[in-house]
Design a protein around this ligand. Structure first.
Ligand SMILES: Nc1nc2c(c(=O)[nH]1)N[C@H]1C(S)=C(S)[C@@H](COP(=O)(O)OP(=O)(O)OC[C@H]3O[C@@H](n4cnc5c(N)ncnc54)[C@H](O)[C@@H]3O)O[C@H]1N2
Ligand code: MOO
Ligand SMILES: [Mg+2]
Length: 429
């Protein structure tokens, strides 16, 4: 008899998956290899930045008090007693009436408390000495970049779990992280199932299609910050599939299969879970696409049985697999980032299930506007390329109209949201 599947709410499905979330191990990588990784500890400043008072300009360091009487009619002359470039220290005390030629980034010489830009000075030589004159007074503190004005020692600059962007790279270098502690990337296995599948290099034949899901997921896995391991495509042969799944499980942190999770004669994933003794956490979710999304666990290792339909597979990964990866990478906000947007067009399709519509979010007049990115069927592959968000439409409504405020989940974002789905109304057919 056909097994009856009871759909559970998306939030409940996420919760069941996240019970298996664990923070990953830590490794040290060279700073040149750290871009795009996730830092595994808080990065705190062990020094002030800048570490010394310095000049923001090329010019002359002076004692401001010596310039007090300067005016256009009465320029004041300073004897130039030295020159320092960035990287060098002027190690004498500057006396009244003296100035030091200074370059941008050089430490302010002892005794000086202002810098005059080169363009505001006039130089001359007399009696074998060098002088410069200025035509106005400068107050103490003029043109000084003070020690610690950028970063105070002790400040936590980068929190554990932060994505290393180019700005974080600059901070890591500033604070001497030649080796950077990062979370080890979880290894996610991918198996595509289906006798109809051909690989991209193969010529189409009657009834066959090219396997797009595996390559889509390899990219999704990389985008989420993990390492993808592809085990190829399998024909619908139960014994072969069981062996392949077992082999892959031994080598990865978690395994994704695509296809074969519904109720067709050749949908073998339910039988595979049974054969390997896996415990199914859920096999029906009140969502579209991806209602067949199945997750099972075997000794704490998760198996994602994503749909064979490309859009359903894509959505299943983003909603359930990605947060697990993000949690392993130390994220406190592992779910897709949720924002409010305005619906750009009518979306009349009523649905009892919560919809995740592949969409393009644009910024129009300073506001997010979301519009479906193409053919809206679970089997669609064409709407994925332009999708940078999902429009979330809770189930049980008669459809939506352009201009309504809706929730969107952003796909190209690295910050995430902590728990974005608590107000989605569950709805059952
Ligand atoms: N009687 C029912 N039929 C179906 C139900 C149902 O509830 N009752 N659910 C439908 C829904 S919803 C979905 S989604 C699909 C799920 O199918 P499976 O996960 O079992 O996947 P397959 O049957 O293997 O394939 C479905 C579809 O996707 C194509 N496919 C498969 N793998 C790939 C790949 N790697 N790249 C590109 N396309 C792929 C495959 O050729 C099929 O067209 O079931 C509905 N049926
Ligand atoms: O799982 Mo299916 O995607 O709801 O079409
Ligand atoms: Mg099927």
């Amino acid at each position: 008899m056909l097994e009856k599947r009871t759909p559970i709410a998306v939030g409940e499905a996420v919760k069941r998956v996240m019970q298996y979330a664990t923070e990953g191990k830590v490794e040290q990588v060279d700073i040149t290899e750290s871009y795009g990784r996730y830092v595994a500890e808080d990065i705190a400043a062990d020094q002030d930045v800048p570490a010394f008072d310095r000049s923001p300009y090329d010019g002359f360091a002076i004692r401001a008090i010596d310039s007090a009487a300067a005016s256009a009619e009465n320029p004041v002359a300073f004897e130039v007693v030295g020159t320092i470039g960035a990287g060098f220290v002027f190690d004498e005390l500057v006396e009244p009436g003296q100035a030091v030629r200074i370059m941008t980034g050089a430490p302010i010489p002892a005794g000086c408390d202002a810098v005059v830009m080169l363009e505001l000075t006039k130089g001359y030589e007399a009696d074998g000495k060098t002088y410069m004159t200025i035509k106005r007074a400068f107050s103490a503190g003029t043109n000084i970049s003070y020690r610690g004005e950028d970063v105070k020692q002790g400040a936590v600059l980068v929190k554990k779990g932060t994505y290393i962007n180019p700005g974080v790279s600059a901070l890591l270098a500033t604070f001497g992280y030649a080796q950077v502690p990062v979370f080890v990337k979880p290894v996610i296995g991918v198996i595509a199932t289906g006798s109809e599948l051909l690989e991209p290099h193969e010529v189409l034949a009657p009834g066959k299609i090219r396997n797009s899901n595996a390559y889509m997921m390899l990219a999704q896995i990389e985008r989420a910050g993990a390492t993808a391991k592809y085990y190829g495509k399998l024909s619908d042969d139960l014994a072969v599939c069981i062996e392949a799944v077992k082999k892959a499980m031994a080598e990865v942190d978690c395994l994704i299969t695509t296809g074969g999770v519904s109720v067709g004669d050749f949908d073998y994933l339910p039988a595979i879970y049974e054969a390997i003794g896996a415990d199914v956490l859920f096999n029906k979710v009140a969502q579209r696409p991806g209602s067949v999304t199945t997750v099972a666990q075997c000794d704490g290792q998760l198996l994602f049985g994503l749909s064979g339909n490309p859009s359903a597979c894509y959505v299943g990964f983003e909603l359930y697999t990605k947060p697990l990866i993000k949690a392993a990478l130390g994220s406190q906000a592992p779910h897709l980032r949720r924002e409010k947007a305005t619906l750009g067009v009518d979306f009349k399709k009523p649905n009892p299930f919560t919809r995740f519509v592949r969409s393009t979010v644009t910024v129009t007049d300073g506001k997010l506007v979301a519009t479906p990115s193409g053919f809206d069927k679970s089997s669609a592959v064409s709407s994925l390329a332009d999708a940078n968000a999902f429009i979330v439409l809770p189930g049980g409504t008669r459809g939506y109209e352009a201009g309504m405020q809706i929730d969107v989940l952003l796909l190209e974002d690295t910050n995430g949201s902590a728990w974005p789905w608590d107000n989605i109304v569950p709805s059952y057919r």
